[in-house]
Design a protein around this ligand. Structure first.
Ligand code: ADP
Length: 375
């Protein structure tokens, strides 16, 4: 029986799980337990119980449990075996990622209790961006304050950006070291990265996953003056503002909908709010693409991934239209093909190759886990 890894992604109200064969890449089972805390699923312990019931026989080959942890803070970036010391460090990090790390920590505790005989490994979403060049990772604020409070641009979705950029090189049969890449991870959360020779030189998310692109419910880039203005003049509390920017902004805040399939339908039927939301989304995306083309001096490959990036041909077209002079030309027929596999969507004569590559964070986490236990 091939060995497998149980990969857990614990959010505040859901636990996503997958059992993956790291060696072949096969997904044995996956699913999600939602609405934790709403009654039927009382808490994370109850959710984990449901995960085990649903997995049943699929648990037999599991050799390790991989936990996706959003924020590794200043010091944690390598996939790390979970022990009491690591849990202590993660507890100290909670203020840096109050929305994301506490539920992950809860998931780790519950899973460790349930599966004490297996190694548990934490894999950090910030890891890939740990060595961002200082010019990209540094905010232009008072240096002492930044140092005291560990304020820097950390970047997120790192597992996806790394996996997809490696897959892009493999797809092109080119050495990773030779490529200037832009990766656009467009899901409910969305981020862009610029990568040279397999190493990131910039990414759109910052201290938290709030910075950068317009997202399903997050604002992305915003003048920090808006925050102080809302606090001082509109009388909103810090919690109100944080909730608004994280949960009631982005596509939801502008157009009332996060699912791009519905956004397109609403635009078709003349919904002006949906149209504006889409226009703001595309405008921001194009600005980041332009910025990264300038940083890289041109890109060899631009890759779309995640729910929107993999499935929405209109977003891909509108993100890259009118860029022939920058060396980017899509093939409309390839762009609108509905195959699920990794594929090229740029025209034959486009100097920049444009790809669609399905991300697979579970597989990447599973592989990181076996590297730790094999070491
Ligand atoms: P998450 O960040 O939650 O992992 P995903 O990467 O799964 O998000 O992306 C989910 C989003 O993908 C949905 O909200 C929807 O907007 C978009 N999406 C999924 N399928 C399609 C599709 N066929 N066409 C356009 N958008 C899609």
């Amino acid at each position: 029986m091939p060995r497998t890894v149980l990969v857990l992604n614990s959010g505040s109200s859901s636990v996503k799980y997958a059992v993956v064969e790291p060696d072949s890449g096969a997904m044995v089972a996956d699913g999600i337990v939602e609405r934790i805390g709403e009654g039927v699923v009382a808490d994370h312990a109850a959710a984990m119980q449901i995960v085990f019931e649903e997995l049943a026989d699929d648990m037999t080959g599991v050799v390790a449990v991989g936990h996706r942890v959003v924020h590794g803070g200043p010091d944690l970036y390598k996939p790390t075996l979970v022990d009491d010391a690591l849990i202590g460090t993660l507890e100290e990090l909670a203020p840096l990622a109050p929305l994301h790390n506490p539920p992950a920590l809860l998931g780790i505790r519950v899973a460790r209790n349930a599966l004490p005989h297996l190694p548990h490994i934490a894999v950090f979403d910030t890891a890939f961006f740990h060595d961002l060049p200082p010019a990209a990772s540094t905010y232009a604020i008072d240096r002492d304050i930044a140092a005291q409070w560990h304020i820097r641009r950390y970047g997120f979705h790192g597992t996806s950006h790394q996996y997809v950029s490696e897959q892009a090189a493999a797809f092109l049969d080119a050495p990773l070291g030779s490529l200037r890449q832009i990766v656009l991870h467009l899901g409910n959360g969305a981020s862009a990265s610029a990568i040279v020779g397999g190493r990131p030189v910039d990414t759109s998310m910052g201290l938290t996953p709030l910075e950068g692109l317009v997202m399903g419910t997050r604002s992305g880039d915003i003048d920090p003056g808006v925050i102080t203005y809302l606090w001082r003049t509109a009388g909103m509390s810090v919690e109100d503002i944080e909730t608004m920017l994280n949960r009631h902004a982005g596509m939801l805040g502008l157009g009332g909908e996060i699912d791009f399939r519905v956004v397109h339908q609403r635009i078709e039927s003349g919904d002006e709010a949906a149209q504006l939301a889409y226009d703001v989304y595309i405008h921001r995306l194009r600005k980041y693409i332009g910025a990264y083309l300038a940083l890289l001096g041109g890109a060899d490959v631009i890759t779309f991934t995640a729910g929107v990036g993999e499935n929405d041909a209109a977003v891909r077209r509108d993100a890259l239209s009118g860029m022939a002079a920058l060396g980017i030309e899509l093939d409309e027929q390839l762009n609108t093909s509905t195959t699920r596999a990794a594929r090229r969507i740029s025209a034959d004569n486009s100097p920049t190759t444009v790809l669609v590559i399905p991300t697979d964070e579970e597989l990447a986490i599973a592989r990181a886990c076996v590297e730790v236990i094999d070491a």
